[in-house]
Design a binder for this molecule. Structure first.
Ligand code: XMP
Length: 490
């Protein structure tokens, strides 16, 4: 019944996730028994197979803390100065709880607040030595009739700060004991790294339980960061390592280049303990070059991302299911380098397919953008709450510096390989990632795979059977034949 992947994917056709469907196998365990723990790279383990993309509308400190708390990881983008990127890594490394609002700090009590970021509950006011002297709660600011007055006129005196090293229960106990509704969170140097509210604590108590967090060798939350392939990225790498980064991703849309190979060799030679992930690749030859250079993990995908136009602009790339399968299934076994299936994930079924076709993790941009933890502010567009999401190859992002990813030359014309758009508000990743992982476990259960290893074994042993779906079968597999239903009040 059906075809083994080795046969289905060797017909010269580029398939993506929606083109194929996997046939169910035999169930002899409950879905909760499925173990999704996996490897990001040779020496970095995760308890869920989720990685946030190194994009400036996806991964900064809040996403890094949330993803690591869930057992995954985020790769903090490099579309900023090395110093700023290193400070984002440092800020994420200093925290143990994922529900802290990013540090919004005003220096001096004569500052004036004219706009208030709509996800921030408060702004911390500090003296020139960065010591908190007051807080402005959003509700206090909203009540002001004249907003053109300095914060000293209406700020509350600074509540006692909460040490950033406290975990969830310690923070909850601290706020309850001090009878606080909000407090600044400070790191070991007394610097404000965020704001925490009692409302968040109560909200998080209603979320699914967090799994085992991802930790680095330093015992702190695991944080990744991306670097480019230019000469000055060597300096960036050094700053990231000093900030405590656990794993780096060399970020190129076409990774099989002399520039990336040199950067991987440099990183491995300078920091042998650091895992270095290479990419992106979609063919075996590309992958082999990066593995030979010393890559500890591979990012697979070219032009499959939701904001990508590479395949249309440059005519190169590959259907994502074929790319993942080719790289995972057809590589010699001694090349045991975990694969990150990067791009094109828009539902939990895509995650199941990527993992069963041989990936060890999935990297996601649009799936996580629009969440509470993604950078940026929510905007109201046509009655919907949305957040901006943009390709790192969009002109807008490249103008800020990400043209290195596309080997752009600062002096020449820039060719866009991505677009700018927006995605709907999805709430917190702390809520929807656990639900998505439960769905992935049910997919594994239907296939008879109780772990990542057993899923890969199904593939290797040809027990996994697949078929290509026709256009009509794809329509049938989605929601169809319904008109929208509005409940009538009786
Ligand atoms: P999703 O589908 O998760 O894809 O939104 C995220 C991945 O897309 C890649 N990426 C780009 N690819 N042009 C491209 O061709 C771009 O502007 C661009 N920006 C990001 C990247 O691999 C990311 O993880």
């Amino acid at each position: 019944d059906g075809f083994p992947a080795s046969r289905l994917f060797s017909q010269g056709v580029s398939y993506t996730y929606d083109d194929v469907i996997m046939l169910p196998h035999y169930i002899d365990f409950p879905a909760d028994a499925v173990d999704l723990s996996t490897r990001l790279s040779r020496r970095v383990s995760l308890s869920i197979p989720c990685v946030a993309s190194p994009m400036d509308t996806v991964s900064e400190s809040s996403m890094a803390v949330a993803m690591a708390s869930l057992g995954g990881v985020a790769i903090i983008h490099c579309n900023s100065s090395p110093a700023l990127q290193a400070s984002l890594v440092r800020s994420a490394k200093s925290r143990r709880t994922p529900f802290v609002h990013g540090p919004s700090v005003l220096s001096g009590s004569d500052a004036i607040i004219r706009t208030f970021d709509d996800i921030l509950p408060a702004v911390v006011v500090t003296d020139p030595e960065k010591v908190p002297i007051g807080v402005v709660a959003r509700s206090d600011w909203e009540r002001l009739e004249n907003k053109d007055v300095p914060v000293s006129a209406y700020m509350r005196s600074a509540p006692p700060p909460v040490p950033a090293k406290y975990d969830f229960e310690e923070i909850a106990a601290f706020l309850a004991e001090e009878k606080l509704d909000l407090a600044p969170l400070v790191d070991e140097d007394g610097e404000v790294v965020g704001v925490i509210t009692m409302e968040d604590i109560e909200r998080i108590r209603g979320f699914p339980k967090l799994g085992k967090p991802s930790l680095g060798r330093d015992g702190r939350l695991l944080v990744g960061a991306s670097i480019g392939t230019r000469e000055n990225d060597k300096e960036r790498l050094e700053q990231l390592v000093k900030a405590g980064v656990d794993v780096v991703v060399v970020d190129s849309s076409q990774g099989n280049s002399v520039y990336q190979i040199e950067m991987i060799k440099h990183a491995k030679k300078s920091f042998p303990e650091l895992d270095v992930i290479g990419g992106n690749v979609v063919t075996i030859a590309q992958a082999q070059n990066l593995i030979q250079a010393g890559a500890d993990g591979l990012r697979v995908g070219m032009g499959s991302g939701s904001i990508c136009t590479t395949q249309e602009v440059c005519a190169v790339g590959r259907g994502q299911a074929t790319a993942v399968l080719q790289r995972s299934h057809r590589m010699p076994k001694d090349h045991d380098v975990p694969v990150i299936a990067d791009g094109g994930i828009s539902n939990s079924g895509h995650i199941v397919k990527a993992l069963v076709l041989g990936a060890s993790t999935v990297m996601m941009g649009s799936f996580l953008a629009g969440s509470h933890e993604a950078p940026g502010v929510y905007e109201n567009q046509g009655g919907r709450r949305v957040k901006k999401y943009r390709g790192m190859g969009s002109l807008e992002a490249m103008t800020k510096g990400s043209d290195a990813r596309y080997l752009g030359d600062k002096l020449k014309l820039k060719i866009a390989q991505g677009v700018v758009g927006a995605v709907a508000d999805k709430g917190s990743v702390l809520k929807f990632i656990p639900y998505s992982m439960q769905a992935v476990k049910q997919g594994f259960q239907d296939l008879g795979a109780s772990s990542m290893q057993s899923a890969h074994e199904l593939l290797r042993s040809n027990v996994l059977r697949l078929e290509v779906r026709t256009g009509a079968a794809q329509v049938e597999g989605g929601i169809h034949g319904l008109v929208s239903y509005e409940k009538k009040p009786f």
